[in-house]
Design a protein around this ligand. Structure first.
Ligand code: PLP
Length: 398
């Protein structure tokens, strides 16, 4: 059975060009890039090239790129760097729709005595910039907001947010894990202090990420040990994965136009087809400010997980906006923050495409999914669905 992979916000296929570039580092190029000898030094040159490629893709300088193990580490490093560097400032601003990499760190810091403001969003997943401005205080150490939401694809107005923080001299961290490679980002013209990205979301392998640290921004290493990454991230470099991330960034920058035309056209074809064929369905999130590859669609009166299982039987991979381990399904924190009605939120499915998808992929889903929805509606448990709350984020993969 053919796999139709529409779950690229969870993780993406390693690009063949990326894989090709990494392979020598599992073979003859096994030296330690920090070694004094020529054998190690030759590997160091490829790490330098990867740094230059990642920087170029973002409009940054190579010295502003710190390689990490994943997006989560990058997010944690940025926020912890800011609060450690500014011990007198005990206030953090973030949003209710962040990824757990930020949200759960914020909750952890709250328990340690930090004051955290969680900004809400409207029914389209948009932030209120006046509310954000009003939340900023003299003791605000850092604002941490995502560039694009992993569940809905909604893009936050980062230039406007950066202006607000910059005017007040407050540090800004942007979780751009879902945005890098999908929409253009030019840090030369965007005054953010820290920006996180992750390899496996942009066709590099899992286990590598990067953090952009603006020149002059306060920094404290999260990983303490050796002097790798100029003392900013200890631990022997994952050279193959770093090389891969560099290549993936280069490819992503070259593919941005394709992403916003070809991929968006496929996404729109899927969305239009499903909305037309499945009655009582709706798109969640601001469709005017959205990643080109993502659509989050709710089908009233059905359970997302049931839809996923039936899609899975056809070889189609997608994600649902609800997850549960204990009986009743609870919508995701993102859909709850947006106030998506209960009967819709339960039946929400996220499709996230990539440059590797085809018209055939999309048409298969448009052909099969409306029948699945109709069948599930006949046996819908809703109306009987009230019960114990469950951990909405259990089992989530992105
Ligand atoms: N931030 C966002 C918005 C994400 O979507 C993800 C992963 O899904 C992360 C952070 C964490 O990235 P990683 O899986 O590389 O730790």
């Amino acid at each position: 059975m053919r796999t139709v992979y529409l779950d690229n916000n969870a993780t993406s296929r390693t690009a063949p060009e990326v894989l090709q570039e990494m392979l020598p580092f599992f073979g003859k190029l096994y030296g330690n890039p920090s070694s004094m000898h020529t054998f190690g030094g030759q590997v160091g040159k490829f790490v330098t090239l990867a740094r230059a490629r990642a920087a170029a893709a973002l409009g940054a300088s190579p010295e502003e790129i710190v390689f990490t193990s994943c997006g989560t580490e990058s997010d944690n490093t940025a926020i912890r760097a800011a609060i450690e560097a500014l011990p007198a400032k005990r206030h953090i601003v973030t949003t209710r729709v962040e990824h757990p990499a930020v949200l759960n760190l914020a909750k952890h810091l709250e328990k340690k005595g930090f004051d955290v403001t969680y900004l809400g969003v409207d029914e389209s997943g948009r932030l209120d910039l006046d509310e954000l401005a009003a939340s900023l205080r003299k003791d605000t150490a850092i604002v941490s907001v995502m560039y694009a939401n992993n569940e809905t694809g909604v893009v936050f107005p980062i230039p406007e947010i950066a202006q607000l923080t910059r005017e007040r001299g407050i540090l800004l961290h942007v979780d751009a894990v879902q945005a890098v490679g999908k929409i253009p980002i030019d840090l030369a013209r965007l005054p953010v202090d820290y920006l996180a990205l992750s390899g496996h979301k942009l066709h590099a392998p899992k286990g590598v990420g990067a953090l952009y640290v603006r020149k002059g921004a306060p920094f404290r290493p999260f990983m303490i040990g050796g002097h790798q990454e100029k003392g900013r991230r200890a631990g022997t470099e994952n050279t193959a994965a770093i090389v891969a991330l560099g290549k993936a960034c280069e490819l992503a920058a070259a593919n941005i136009a394709e992403e916003t035309t070809k991929v968006a056209a496929l996404r729109d074809r899927l969305e239009r087809g499903l909305l037309a064929a499945a009655p009582e369905s709706r798109v969640n999130g601001d469709t005017d400010h959205r990643l080109p590859n993502t659509t989050n669609i709710s089908f009233k009166y059905v359970e997302g997980e049931a839809i996923l299982l039936l899609l899975d039987a056809l070889g189609v991979c997608a994600s649902s906006g609800s997850a549960c381990t204990s009986g009743s399904l609870e919508p995701s924190h993102v859909l709850r923050a947006m106030g998506v009605p209960f009967t819709y939120a339960h039946g929400s499915i996220r499709f996230s495409l990539s440059r590797y998808n085809t018209v055939e992929d999309v048409d298969l889903v448009v052909e099969k999914l409306p029948g699945i929805i109709a069948r599930l509606r006949q046996i819908s448990p809703f109306g009987r669905a009230e019960g114990a709350a469950c951990d909405a984020d259990a089992g989530k993969t992105d």
